[in-house]
Design a protein around this ligand. Structure first.
Ligand code: 5GP
Ligand code: MN
Length: 361
């Protein structure tokens, strides 16, 4: 991270300098209507960062609405103001109108317009100022201001720095701090990866001082499963996980029928893709879920160390993400997706790059 000391109540090394945020600060002088957009399949960081920023903007006297392409999973519904989140498909016309009439569109936790699904068309047509705050590599070009920091743990961490850089550390209340911590926690596996950064722990320390109960947040997010979800996890580990030792890789697939057998609800498969990485020697893990409703296969990838699973996702599935956590979509059958997966690994097995070679014994 940069070493911009930008002290506004919080003793932190802020990634943002006054220059980085000068345009946003000018917009704040005249703009009243803010719409906060985040990615399809919103996760803890998407929802946490969006709710944190909207709470901040509202406390500054602005109108701020969070609009998501599809609903967030139930384990995030306890978050402060989560009941106010608008879901695009609930009223497409009204929500498009909201995007057109906004003064500023704040784009959080995604890097390219394709990631906001059906909200993308109104985003592109809207004449609002477009502000990207994100930690995914390779930001797109559709934004007036781009604050992209792939080295950050989460977009929620960046929202904390933004508010501090705007001189408003003191406006972070307990509820806002809860939103930020949830995003940091869910994007780092409760500070177990992508979090080797003392500055991040300073941020967490400030959030604790604001009154959050981080252990309770952990319980609310991770110890909140239905019985059938936990049984689905058992089924996955026992019967559905395939390990390809000579490729240091594992694959889990779930069909729509299997999901229905376990009373699947959105969010139930969260975390499955990480589990095979617990096996000694597995460096890359994939999880393919049949989504009959959307007519596609949802793909998730995770990797350890320098193995770039985002490249696997982009090379073979037109997906993307972070080096160690990526995703994508496949339009076709689950069997075809699995076939593509194996062909991808065949192709990778001929690579001369060290970061890829380490998968193959
Ligand atoms: P997850 O496996 O948790 O759904 O996603 C992990 C990461 O992969 C996300 O943080 C996001 O960066 C990326 N990702 C997930 N789905 C997609 C997708 O469909 N396309 C692209 N480009 N990236 C995705
Ligand atoms: Mn994120």
């Amino acid at each position: 991270m940069n070493k911009n000391k930008y002290l506004c109540g919080a003793m932190i090394e802020n990634v943002f300098s006054g220059t980085d945020i000068s345009e946003f600060r000018i917009w704040m002088g005249w703009a009243d209507r803010y719409v906060i957009l985040t990615h399809m399949g919103p996760d803890g960081d998407a929802v946490g960062s969006s709710l944190a920023l909207s709470r901040y903007l509202r406390s500054k006297g602005k109108q701020a609405v969070v609009l998501v392409p599809d609903s967030a999973p139930d384990f995030l519904k306890w978050l402060p103001d989560a009941q106010d989140i608008r879901v695009y498909s609930d009223d497409p016309d009204a929500n498009e109108d909201l995007v057109y009439k906004a003064d500023v569109l704040c784009c959080l936790d995604f890097n390219v317009v394709g990631r906001i699904g059906k909200v993308g068309a109104s985003f592109l047509y809207s004449r609002a100022k477009k502000f990207l705050l994100d930690h995914h590599p390779y930001p797109g070009a559709n934004f007036d201001v781009t604050l992209s920091h792939p080295e950050a743990s989460s977009t929620s961490e960046l929202v904390f720095y933004l508010i501090c850089a705007l001189g408003d550390f003191n406006m972070i209340d307990k509820e806002l701090a809860q939103c930020i911590y949830t995003g940091i926690m869910t994007d780092t596996g409760a500070l177990s990866y992508n979090s080797n950064n003392s500055n991040l722990f300073q941020v967490v320390s400030h959030l604790l001082d604001k009154g959050i109960d981080k252990d309770q947040i952990y319980r609310l997010v991770y110890n909140n499963y239905s019985e059938s979800r936990l049984r689905l996890q058992g089924f996955v580990l026992n019967e559905k996980m395939q390990v390809f030792s000579d490729r240091s890789t594992a694959l889990i697939t779930l069909t729509d029928q299997e999901l229905r057998r376990f009373n699947y609800k959105k969010g139930d498969t969260e975390g499955f893709v990480n589990m095979p990485l617990q096996i000694n020697g597995v460096l890359m893990s994939a999880f393919f879920r049949e989504d009959k409703e959307q007519g596609l296969i949802k793909l998730s990838f995770r990797s350890s160390g320098s193995v770039p699973c985002n490249r696997f996702s982009s090379d073979f599935f037109n997906g993307g993400g972070h080096q160690n956590a990526a995703g994508g979509e496949y339009r076709g059958t689950l069997d075809e997706a699995v076939e593509r997966f194996h062909k991808g690994l065949d192709e990778w097995s001929r690579s001369q790059e060290d970061c890829i070679r380490q998968l193959f014994k």
